[in-house]
Design a protein around this ligand. Sequence first.
Ligand code: CO
Length: 136
Amino acid sequence: MKVKSIEHIGIAVEDLKEAVAAYAVMGMKTVSQEEVPDEKVRVAMLPVGSTRIELLEPTSEDSAVRRFLKNRGQGIHHIALRVEDIEGACEELRAAGLRVVYDEPRVGEGGAKVNFVHPASTHGVLIELREGTSED
Ligand code: CO
């Protein structure tokens, strides 16, 4: 599996509007917001140098991000890696015994193909794998 870069860092928040305002004070401007139905979240993207901050607010009570907020509170939720050939990467990880969350990639922010590696396999950090952003 080839990792090209850290595409973004995902931060779970209770209130997207308030979070966007707080990050703006820190000089990080939101350039896009969208709802991601597959993940049941609304996201705001804030470019920072060659990477981005992704603020995530759940849109449903059964959203994984809602569960995260209930269990752990607001904070860093995942790190997203830009990879080549996401299907091949997931196959490789499964073959090595790592827990990949979805059988097939789903549609993520910006229309990218995304999948996740479970924190149980990564020493505690949810890892998002993504392929197919505008920069690829
Ligand atoms: Co993400």
